[in-house]
Design a protein around this ligand. Structure first.
Ligand SMILES: *Cc1c(COP(=O)(O)O)cnc(C)c1O
Length: 401
């Protein structure tokens, strides 16, 4: 069968508009398409491929588990799931883990748990969920409603109720919204999809303090920031603010679908037998790969390497900007970076992405005004240099029309 980009239009629902390129092979941070054209990968499958493509530790874990046992369901537990849960709880504030298959599902579990906790402990009036404008939490109907872009949740009929939003980094607006009827606050500890926006120290500490004052649970959505992305294992550890519930997905599986919600023992106990579940959650293949990814990322060497790579990228973007004057700032943390276009190039992030693809570089956007980069946490330094050289050509193309 001839597989072409045109086939996408024939057989796929039109909710995406993928690039013309169809990658067929990857190794580390290099990818090749159907025509053998090579790309440097600064996108990492949207912050998923934390160890690049086909990392030997992940390939081995998948092969080994693939010859042992594939699936059991939640009627029986399994060794990889228990090992991974133990490692997640040992490395974080959490005591308990719920496995899902994606970020949205992990968030769905977090929101349902928060609502159930509030009902059990405080009564049904405590049901308000507060989240932030531009936040992103996934595409299930509950999570997309909690997300801060009405455009993504409008047009599907009545939405889950008692969900309110205010601006990120606006502590006064948040303080005006929260009350004893707030059951949970869901936020990214660094907004990804919304444009790579870091919280101010005052804001993140203030949110925690107001949650404590009003007995509301603080849920950190670390689906994008987690598993080494910001240079800490989880971003909360670098902020000095601990949530009550944390969700993790994307890099957790290094490219194999998995998500998890982790929390304390006293909150977890409200997710009693039968209250929630997932057929594939805790699947042995997914957990075996995630365990290998977790073991590889959760080392001094890899986490320190993230900071070193961040600096290399920042220096490279600064040099390109000195020449072409296209960015107003480069923001973010670790290997979750956003180059914000200045007023001359306002709204043209996609043009930079398209030009990058042409020059053999995979990049991302975050909204219309930010070019986003989320490469592998172990991308070789020479691939960073080569990727920056290709990005410079792309920038020159856009600047010269
Ligand atoms: C990607 C993302 C999600 C959604 O994850 P899926 O696996 O696509 O469901 C949720 N929250 C954040 C912060 C994300 O970046």
């Amino acid at each position: 069968m001839q597989v072409t980009r045109e086939l996408f239009n024939d057989v796929m629902v039109p909710n995406y508009n993928p690039s013309e390129v169809i990658p067929v092979r990857g190794k580390g941070s290099r990818v090749w398409d159907q025509n053998g054209k090579e790309f440097i990968d600064f996108a990492g499958g949207i912050a998923v491929n934390c160890l690049g493509h086909c990392h030997p530790a992940l390939v081995n874990a998948l092969k080994e588990q693939g010859e042992k046992i594939w699936h059991l369901s939640n009627v029986m537990t399994n060794e990889p799931a228990l090992r991974l849960a133990k490692k997640l709880t040992d490395a974080t504030f959490a005591d308990k883990v719920y496995f899902a298959n994606s970020g949205a599902e992990a968030n769905e579990a977090a929101l349902k748990l928060a609502r159930r906790w509030a009902l059990d402990v405080h009564g049904e009036q405590k049901n308000q969920i507060i989240a932030f404008n531009k936040g992103f939490h996934g595409r299930t109907f509950f999570t997309v409603t909690v997300g801060g872009q009405a455009a993504y949740s409008d047009g599907f009929g009545p939405k889950p109720a008692a969900v309110d939003h205010c601006d990120y980094n606006d502590l006064a607006a948040f303080e005006a919204l929260i009350s004893d009827n707030t059951c949970a606050v869901m936020m990214e500890p660094l907004q990804g999809e919304g444009g790579i926006i870091s919280p101010t120290n005052e804001f993140i500490k203030g949110v925690r303090a107001l949650c404590d004052k009003h007995n509301a649970l603080l849920i950190f959505d670390e689906v994008q920031t987690g598993v080494g992305r910001t240079g800490d294992l989880y971003a909360y550890q670098g902020l000095g603010v601990t949530p009550d519930i944390l969700t993790t997905a994307k890099a957790l599986g290094g490219g194999f679908p998995i998500g998890a919600m982790i929390t304390t023992a006293s909150i977890a106990e409200h997710l009693k037998v039968g209250t929630h579940g997932s057929t594939y959650g805790g699947n042995p293949l997914a957990c075996a790969v995630a365990e290998a990814a977790f073991d590889t990322v959760n080392t001094e060497e890899v986490l320190a390497g993230v900071k070193e790579r961040e600096q290399l990228l920042r220096d490279g973007f600064a040099a390109i900007n000195d020449k072409y004057d296209v960015f107003s700032e480069v923001r973010g943390k670790g290997l979750l970076l956003g180059a914000v276009l200045n007023s001359k190039f306002e709204g043209r992030a996609r043009d930079f992405l398209v030009a990058s693809t042409k020059h053999g570089l995979m990049s991302l956007v975050a909204g219309t005004n930010v070019v986003r980069f989320t490469p592998s946490l172990v991308i070789p330094l020479e691939d960073i240099k080569e990727g920056l050289a290709r990005f410079e050509k792309a920038v020159a193309d856009v600047v010269n029309g």
